[in-house]
Write a protein that binds this ligand. Structure first.
Ligand code: COA
Ligand code: ZN
Length: 362
């Protein structure tokens, strides 16, 4: 790499404040969920000195996939690999690396194979890839993806815009993908787009989301991600949805993928957290958005989510300092300014020298 992002990304290392999440734990945790077992307290909670247990949340970093998929500047393969390698040192449970989709549909991720093959894998981190169809499955498995993230929408219009077929046709093809991946011993996670509203069809009935989630769970998906594709969720809707689904699904089967399009990302995450959701997607520097949804914009910023959880004494295992260094390097990578309040202000633990006496504070 030749830009200032280079040194920042290359020099990111596992800081003392951060603990590395043993991804095996994440995988075992998921496997436990997969077989219908509730996660044990040991995986769900970290024990701290004095015997008190702290809440544990698993953050899935999606900046390299969702984050880059609609960036107009093509981020060179070397830079993508350096970004993911730097993220690998931060302590994430899962990193979504890329998408094995049509290069015509998503030119920004046309180098999926090269990226997936060239990243340096941190022990235990689950390296996932988005897959829309059988061709994508073959490419992803051949390139060494640990887990596939199958995607379809809860609304017809977004499914057609995104995948160019109706929901039933997508479901049928993705069920084949699920079976094909199982034969290759690769787990599939299912992301349900527009779970909280569709920019074309409007409100999405809760029953549609519930039916889809139960359908994929029964079919053997490792987990279900509820995606707020264009930031149409609000805390009450998140609560209603999570409450309804958690009656029939283990809460640890659910991940929330929240776009901050309308500034409600963290509030929505908190609503989920308060109901026991422990898995969240997020994108460093708040990058992201679906190219096939008008008005789409970034995910909840990972550093903002990790920072909020740290303030609440919820463990994520993520090294916030390392993540902030990566976030600071991202505008150079995507070649545009990014609005990132936490990068400007720094964490709440940041201290400034007090002004000299007699000098008015500004
Ligand atoms: N990887 C690479 N190329 C693929 C592919 C895949 N997984 N699936 C299809 N293609 C190619 C086909 O080879 C064909 O290429 P050609 O025009 O050179 O012959 C072309 O794409 C069309 O194939 P078809 O099967 O007719 O697919 P489609 O046009 O109906 O497109 C998708 C369906 C899903 C492949 C396409 O809409 C897509 O990639 N969407 C991206 C979804 C996405 O990433 N959204 C954002 C994240 S939610
Ligand atoms: Zn998204």
């Amino acid at each position: 790499m030749t830009d200032p992002a280079d040194s920042a990304l290359q020099s990111t290392s596992r800081g003392t404040a951060g603990q590395h999440v043993p991804g095996d734990t994440a995988r075992r945790h998921l496997s436990g969920v997969h077989t219908g077992q509730r996660a044990s307290g040991d995986t769900a909670q970290q024990h701290v000195a004095g015997g008190a247990a702290r809440q544990r949340v698993f953050v899935h970093e999606v900046c390299a996939r969702d984050g880059l998929q609609m960036e107009p500047h093509f981020v060179p393969t070397d830079d993508k690999v350096a970004l993911i390698d730097a993220l690998s040192a931060c302590g994430f449970a899962r990193i979504e690396v890329t998408s094995f989709v049509s290069a015509k549909a998503v030119p920004a991720l046309a180098d999926a194979e090269a990226v997936m093959r060239r990243i340096r894998r941190a022990p235990g981190v689950v390296y996932a890839a988005l897959v829309p169809n059988l061709r994508g499955m073959e490419r992803a498995i051949e390139s060494g993806a640990d887990e596939l993230n199958l995607v379809m929408s809860c609304s017809e219009a977004h499914n057609r815009a995104n995948l160019r077929r109706d929901r039933e046709a997508s479901r049928a093809q993705l069920m084949q993908v699920l079976r094909g991946a199982a034969a290759a011993d690769v787990h599939c996670h299912v992301s349900l787009s527009t779970a909280f509203g569709c920019p074309f069809d409007g409100d999405v009935p809760l029953e549609t989301v519930r039916t889809a989630a139960l359908d994929w769970w029964a079919a053997g998906a490792t987990g279900i991600t509820l995606c707020d594709t264009t930031g149409m969720a609000d805390p009450r809707l998140v609560r209603r949805t999570v409450e309804a689904l958690s009656r029939d699904l283990p809460i640890d089967a659910l991940t929330l993928h929240l776009h901050d399009t309308r500034g409600m990302g963290l509030a929505n995450a908190l609503a989920g957290l308060e109901l026991g959701v422990r898995r969240f997607d997020a994108a460093c520097a708040g990058l992201g958005g679906c190219p096939f949804a008008p008005g789409a914009s970034g995910n909840v910023a990972t550093e903002a989510l990790v920072h909020m959880l740290a303030c609440m004494e919820v463990d994520t295992g993520v090294d916030l300092d390392a993540l902030l260094r990566i976030g600071a390097a991202l505008p150079a990578l995507v070649q545009r300014p990014l609005h990132n309040p936490l990068l400007l202000a720094g964490p709440r633990t940041r201290r400034h020298p007090a002004p000299a006496e007699g000098v008015a504070a500004r």
